[in-house]
Write a protein that binds this ligand. Structure first.
Ligand code: BMA
Length: 381
């Protein structure tokens, strides 16, 4: 009898132990329930889910500052000339690196060594590794060539039907995706773990300046392209991506929805808004657009971001950051704001040492809501 009692006791304990182990099995040591994090790729790696979780966490604390090609070049310098230095115009002005780093992988599809803006993919990989170690968020756009004409992204010859399943350029597109996939799969940290990336393909599709947008494509074909691209990447073993959808400035929710492939295919909602004319109109556009995107993001329980922005004409405006950009993004809930590249004095979107808005940028950078790399690391760690 004693033995039976002991056995019952042991079995009870064992059952409790199994239940407890299973419960903790879906949580990491940091208490994150990975099973409950749903992203568009059901097979996404834990690091990818963690990135999604971190982005949501950041958006509740402030707005991460981002810059395109931040460490690749700046005004008056190019990384290749100073290969051992992780330099950034932003760091030189504000004292810290951007928290979000944007790259463009246009021409990876062609098997080239450099992207369309002469940044080498090897350098990109090396910097991504270093920045990932510091806790940065990596995002990528893709100004890919026109697959029908071999012209650039800006060659408006319709090309989407040709690369959809059954199209005459399908084979070529599949090759392009294999090259793209190989690049994503080559982004690994020191321990050999894949580095997650926010991939933002086929952006600004509501405008007609790219072959995949506006008058050059039907919304149905665009959505199909999005889905098939995602499918092909997954088939090529890529599971380290969050997918961001970002039209250019919209005037209504309908415009945002026009090309939207559906909640199950998108992880982050975005919008690109440039200050091309009046400051006041720009601030209004940012406020209004982020309100529209926010509403949709809340319903879908997804983070959102101002995925590209900038003023290409600071010459006249030394206080653009605190007086024009900040009033538009303040309290908006946007996870990040990414400034476009500092290519040359006639084509730059953030500040740099000696630039006219430098002082104002420092003030902007010191705002509690605006987060740089170290601040973001403190939030996510
Ligand atoms: C555009 C411009 C181009 C560049 C492209 C991709 O907005 O900056 O000069 O080639 O982005 O980065």
């Amino acid at each position: 009898m004693k033995f039976t009692y002991d056995l019952k006791y042991i079995v009870q304990r064992l059952v409790i132990l199994v239940i407890l182990t299973q419960m903790s099995g879906c949580k990491s040591s940091s208490g994150i329930d990975f099973k409950s994090i749903k992203v568009s790729d059901a097979g996404a790696t834990r690091a990818t889910k963690l990135l999604y979780h971190d982005i949501q966490k950041i958006s509740k604390r402030g707005i991460a500052f981002g810059h395109q090609d931040a460490t690749a070049y700046g005004i008056g310098w190019k990384h290749e000339e100073e290969p051992n230095l992780l330099r950034s115009d932003i760091k030189e002005v504000a004292g810290d690196f951007p928290a979000v780093h944007g790259y463009d992988i246009g021409h990876i599809e062609l098997g080239k060594t450099h992207n369309l803006d002469t940044v080498s993919f090897a350098l990109m990989r090396e910097h991504i590794q270093k920045l990932n170690e510091k806790g940065a968020i990596i995002t990528m756009s893709w100004h890919l060539d026109n697959p029908v004409t071999d012209g650039s992204s800006w060659d408006k010859t319709p090309a989407v039907p040709a690369i959809l399943a059954g199209g005459e350029q399908r084979e070529k597109y599949e090759l392009w995706i294999r090259r793209l996939a190989d690049f994503f799969k080559s982004l690994k940290d020191e321990d050999g773990n894949l580095i997650p990336v926010v991939f933002r393909p086929y952006h600004e599709m509501n405008g007609s300046w790219f072959w995949w947008g506006g008058e050059n494509v039907s919304p149905e074909d665009y959505k199909q392209l999005w889905k098939e691209t995602q499918q092909l990447l997954k088939q090529n073993g890529v599971h380290s991506l969050l997918y961001a959808y970002s039209p250019n400035t919209i005037s209504s929710e309908e415009e945002f929805n026009k090309y939207y492939p559906g909640d199950e295919f998108v992880d982050i909602l975005g919008v690109d808004i440039y200050n091309h004319s009046e400051n006041e109109a720009f601030t209004k556009d940012v406020t209004r657009n982020l309100e529209i995107v926010r509403k949709k993001a809340i319903l879908a329980d997804k983070p959102f971001a101002l995925t590209e922005t900038g003023n290409n004409n600071f010459g006249e405006d030394p206080s653009w950051w605190t007086q024009t950009l900040y009033p538009g993004i303040k309290g908006s809930g946007t996870a990040w704001v990414l400034l476009w590249r500092n290519a040359r004095p006639s084509h730059y979107f953030a500040t740099y040492p000696g630039e006219i808005s430098q002082k104002d940028f420092k003030e902007f950078a010191e705002l509690e809501e605006i987060l740089f790399l170290e601040e973001v690391e403190n939030i996510t760690n």
